[in-house]
Design a protein around this ligand. Structure first.
Ligand SMILES: CC(C)(COP(=O)(O)OP(=O)(O)OC[C@H]1O[C@@H](n2cnc3c(N)ncnc32)[C@H](O)[C@@H]1OP(=O)(O)O)[C@@H](O)C(=O)NCCC(=O)NCCS
Length: 179
């Protein structure tokens, strides 16, 4: 039985550890710490998966911007999402992402969630290629298929423009690493 909910601030060390274990990539601790200490951090935008009293997964959302023709629009970027390695492949990531997106849909004003990620994984949640909806990638290093967007309830199809990442992603050199 998995529970998906907003992270309590006191749970950050356990959530951070679960996410680092998920990736086993040297850049992840720095990215997590940059995001956690950035201007855009909000405890409301961190979601955990809990099973048997343990934090086994974490997904973070960070306020970023679409540089639209007439104005700058705040959006969210999903990154990173990780499930502890010993419990991967059991539906926890699925529950975590679906639960977090549903919660964002009912509580946040941003029109969309963007990500760069595995093209075969995210469409099941409703993510669509960003280019098809008129958005431009924040880096040419991101393959077109990896640049995706999930419209939230306030999304208006007339929204267009370039996604601009928050500085934490650049400072952690965590942009455009996907194959
Ligand atoms: C990706 C991740 C969050 C998914 O969580 P999970 O609990 O293992 O996933 P679930 O059990 O809910 O779902 C399993 C599905 O995810 C797919 N999946 C998991 N990792 C994948 C990957 N790297 N590439 C493509 N698909 C992947 C599985 O193939 C499976 O698909 P199926 O349902 O069609 O069989 C988790 O595997 C993880 O933390 N991986 C390491 C970190 C990572 O790669 N994060 C995402 C970066 S974009």
């Amino acid at each position: 039985m998995v529970t998906v909910r907003r992270m309590d601030p006191s749970e950050w060390p356990a959530a951070r550890a679960a996410c680092i274990d998920a990736f086993d990539e040297p850049g992840i601790p720095e990215l997590l710490d940059m995001l956690h200490s950035s201007w855009g951090w909000s405890d409301d935008l961190a979601f955990v998966a809990e099973r048997a009293g343990e934090i086994v997964g974490l997904v973070l959302f960070t306020p970023c911007f679409v540089d639209a023709p007439e104005r700058v629009v705040q959006v969210l970027v999903l990154s990173p999402v990780g499930v502890r390695r010993d419990v991967q492949g059991q539906g926890i990531g699925d529950a975590l992402i679906r639960g977090a997106l549903a919660e964002l849909a009912s509580t946040r004003a941003e029109p969309a969630v963007f990500l760069e990620g595995i093209p075969s994984y995210y469409p099941r949640f409703g993510f669509r290629p960003g280019g098809e909806l008129g958005f431009t990638k924040p880096s040419t290093r991101i393959p077109d298929r990896a640049f995706m967007v999930y419209p939230l309830p306030s999304y208006d199809p007339s929204l267009r423009g370039a996604l601009v990442y928050a500085d934490a992603f650049w400072r952690a050199d965590a942009v455009g690493l996907r194959e």
